[in-house]
Design a binder for this molecule. Structure first.
Ligand SMILES: Cc1ncc(COP(=O)(O)O)c(C=O)c1O
Length: 413
């Protein structure tokens, strides 16, 4: 059933040749990788860029006059500019490299929120959030006496906008929202939320971990204050991610971690801090990670985020139709706008059993709470089975998923 890729002009076979890991058997069956929301795979172009960096250019950045150090610095800072262009930030001063989305959110929690929060202040999040966009706020709330207020979600898995309008108020100090939910795939219409937050003078952080791999993100059009994402979910390396922050805000924030690179001068009496963005990058950074992330961005851009989004929409529609047609399957999360995620349960079969049976068939999905336990609590379920898609997946692979789910069903009936 690969004809669709022909009708859209999306050459998925050519794309797949770029991903060496996909061409293998698991348990004697061709691998069907449907776990890209947890971590995507990497194309040869990214693997090669990292290998080339280590083979030819590696040294520590910023501190050396020798040629290799300059090459490494150019590669690292060049990667920062690639990220800036990708999300249309105004300046590389607004691009801070982190270990990932989690560290980016923790940075904002500790450096932006903690110093200003007072008892009675409030931070708004939604009921859809990944633990990375819950726990850091809980921690600063504990430290400051502020309160964390979750905006409820609806049965379809959408953030309740009317409830949000009721919750935001004079004590709200920050709105921290997922752009796309990892557990359900809901695309949150963040523009509407940002517009209201702006009217209240409330800064907005977006957790873009699941959005950046699937759509064009323009931080200036969004008009958000912070935007966080991870390299490994967008064909880049693990251990590298990005915090975008509006320059004026980043400037006003104290550094979070101290050490080398984030200082201008150090004496025992006092230290002075480096310019943006290095003020927030203490210690030797993940240079190869940044190089790999830039290669991933170049790769995604060469295909085109709009084409990726259009193709993935077809995959999701097809998977949703096929899964829904199986008696006993319930799709969890039926928002009007969704991206790349089909979470489901199968009556009478625990999600972990589905995952295990699918693995025997060579089909890799994720089962569990997906680091979004409040979402599971909302639906009163312990876990879901989650198939998540990327542009390197095919309609044939979805057929394999469906056949494997039917097999799981027959084994338990
Ligand atoms: C929506 C969302 N936010 C945050 C994270 C955390 O990302 P990382 O583990 O790369 O820091 C994830 C990872 O699954 C996610 O899906």
């Amino acid at each position: 059933m690969n004809a669709v890729s022909i009708t859209t002009g999306f050459d998925v076979a050519a794309v797949r040749r770029d991903f060496p890991i996909l061409a293998q058997n698991i348990n004697g069956k061709p691998l069907v990788y449907l776990d890209s929301a947890a971590s995507s795979q990497r194309p040869r172009q990214v693997i090669d860029a990292i290998a080339r960096y280590y083979e030819r250019d590696h040294a520590n950045v910023h501190r050396g006059v020798h040629t290799l150090s300059q090459r490494a610095t150019d590669a690292f800072e060049g990667a920062r500019d690639t990220v800036r262009r990708f999300i249309n930030a105004r300046s590389t001063k607004e691009i801070v490299f982190t270990r990932g989305t989690t560290e980016a959110i923790n940075l904002v929690a500790n450096s932006f929120a903690r110093p200003v929060l007072e008892s009675g202040d409030e931070i708004l999040i939604s009921g859809l959030e990944h633990h990375a966009n819950i726990v850091p706020w809980q921690m600063v709330c504990e430290q400051t006496g502020a309160a964390l207020r979750p905006i409820p979600i609806t049965q379809r898995g959408e953030v309740d906008f009317a409830a949000f309008e009721r919750l935001i108020g004079p004590r709200t100090r920050l709105l921290a929202l997922a752009h796309v939910s990892n557990a359900l795939g809901t695309v949150v219409p963040v523009e509407r939320f940002i517009a209201v937050a702006k009217r209240h003078g409330v800064p907005v952080l977006l957790d873009g971990a699941q959005a950046v791999p699937h759509a064009n993100v323009d931080v200036q059009t969004l008009d958000c204050d912070f935007y966080c994402f991870s390299g490994h979910k967008m064909c880049g390396p693990t251990g590298i991610g990005v915090l975008y922050g509006r320059e004026a805000l980043l400037k006003s924030m104290p550094p979070w971690q101290g050490g080398g690179d984030m200082i201008l001068t150090v004496s025992f009496a006092q230290s002075t801090y480096n310019e943006l963005p290095w003020k927030f990058e203490a210690g030797t950074p993940h240079i190869a990670g940044a190089v790999g992330l830039a290669a991933a961005i170049d790769y995604l851009t060469s295909i085109g985020m709009e084409r990726i989004a259009a193709y993935e929409r077809q995959l999701l529609t097809y998977a949703t139709e096929q899964l829904s047609a199986i008696d006993g399957v319930r799709i969890i999360g039926t928002a009007e706008h969704k991206a790349a995620v089909a979470s489901f349960e199968l009556k009478g079969v625990h999600p972990h059993d589905i995952g295990t049976i699918l693995d025997v068939e060579g089909v890799a999905i994720r089962t569990g709470h997906h680091c979004a336990m409040p979402v599971m609590e909302f639906y009163d379920i312990p876990a879901t089975a989650r198939a998540s898609f990327a542009f390197y997946n095919t309609h044939d692979e979805i057929d394999r998923l469906i056949a494997a789910v039917k097999k799981a069903k027959s084994m338990f009936s």
